[in-house]
Design a protein around this ligand. Structure first.
Ligand SMILES: Nc1ncnc2c1ncn2[C@@H]1O[C@H](COP(=O)(O)OP(=O)(O)OP(=O)(O)O)[C@@H](O)[C@H]1O
Length: 291
């Protein structure tokens, strides 16, 4: 049950109950961008500036144990939202809590629960999976013995044999590296895993393996995942709910089936097109141009 309580941080904060992983209330984040090529003489030397509402009054709740998808065109605010959740940025307004802790006032605690996994994960590629996992355990403040034990369990679950466990990561397949990255996120509990395009660039088999592994992790761990992806099928098959985000705002949020019902289609691509006015190819083409 949620209840309204007073805390020193917030005059009135809905206390997160055990089932809530993320509580995001009216969160906004703006950036100031310099516009190049301004013709106004007063701006010749310092550049004209404009305000970008990267995240604009966004509210949502993610339940513990859920895979929550973020879908949106290029520049819609997904990364900014992820950076706010990872405490790399702070909101200008609104409140954001992770497992009941405010990201601004309890950033160290929140950081221990959060793990961002991306294709180019911040691994030491010259070090082995074992060494990387041990290092992560230390970062999470686990005692050495406990860290080793968890690293071993994780490697065994991944089916990485002893000799491979000591092979430099750069010599493992990308699919395997990605699985180790996800596994590394499971060092603490509860855990919030931010999966940033987890299967981009993987061959079809590795992609299926990683997706199956994500499902397995969800069944066996106290994990909650936020997933950004460019793969509609992936979003549909993995996510319990999907938020479609455009120009910093959540324009729709529901289960994949709920979104399809809303638009009256059986295709997620049509959902995306109807709600954002952009077809998926166009959204990707924009990204390619920026890349
Ligand atoms: N540090 C920054 N300074 C200025 N503008 C920024 C900054 N970070 C993001 N923006 C702007 O905020 C808006 C949202 O960007 P964001 O990176 O969150 O979008 P995105 O949905 O993650 O895009 P992509 O799919 O390309 O990763 C964009 O207009 C972007 O240019």
């Amino acid at each position: 049950m949620t209840q309204t309580v007073s805390t020193p941080e917030h005059p009135v904060l809905r206390q997160a109950d055990e089932d809530v992983a993320i509580h995001c209330q009216h969160v906004s984040k703006r950036f100031v961008e310099t516009v190049e090529g301004s013709r106004r003489w007063s701006n010749w030397f310092r550049g004209e500036r404009r305000m970008i509402k990267a995240v604009n009054d966004v509210s949502f709740t993610v339940r513990r144990g859920e895979i929550f998808g973020l879908l949106g065109p290029n520049g819609s605010g997904k990364s900014t939202l992820i950076r706010l959740l990872s405490t790399l940025l702070f909101p200008d307004s609104g409140t954001l809590t992770v497992f009941g802790k405010d990201v601004v006032h309890h950033q160290h605690e929140v950081r221990r629960w959060i793990n961002r996994v991306s294709v180019e994960a911040s691994f030491f590629k010259k070090l082995s999976a074992m060494e990387n996992l041990r290092y992560a355990a230390r970062l999470y403040g686990l005692p050495v013995k406990e860290g080793e034990k968890r690293a071993m369990q994780i490697l065994r679950r991944l089916g990485i044999r002893e000799n491979k466990a000591h092979t430099p990561l750069e010599n493992l397949s990308r699919g395997m590296q990605q699985k180790v990255a996800i596994a590394r996120a499971l060092m603490t509990s509860p855990v919030l895993v931010l999966l940033d395009e987890p299967t981009t660039g993987l061959d079809p088999k590795s992609k299926r393996d990683v997706q199956a592994y994500i499902k397995e992790v969800m069944q066996t761990h106290d994990a909650t995942m936020i997933l950004t992806t460019h793969d509609m099928e992936e979003a549909e098959s993995l996510c319990d709910r999907i938020a479609i985000i455009d120009q910093g705002r959540i324009i729709a949020l529901d289960t994949p089936d709920g979104l399809k019902r809303l638009v009256g289609t059986d295709s997620m691509e049509t959902v995306f097109f109807e709600l954002t006015g952009k077809d998926w190819e166009e959204a990707l083409a924009d990204e390619d141009m920026d890349a």
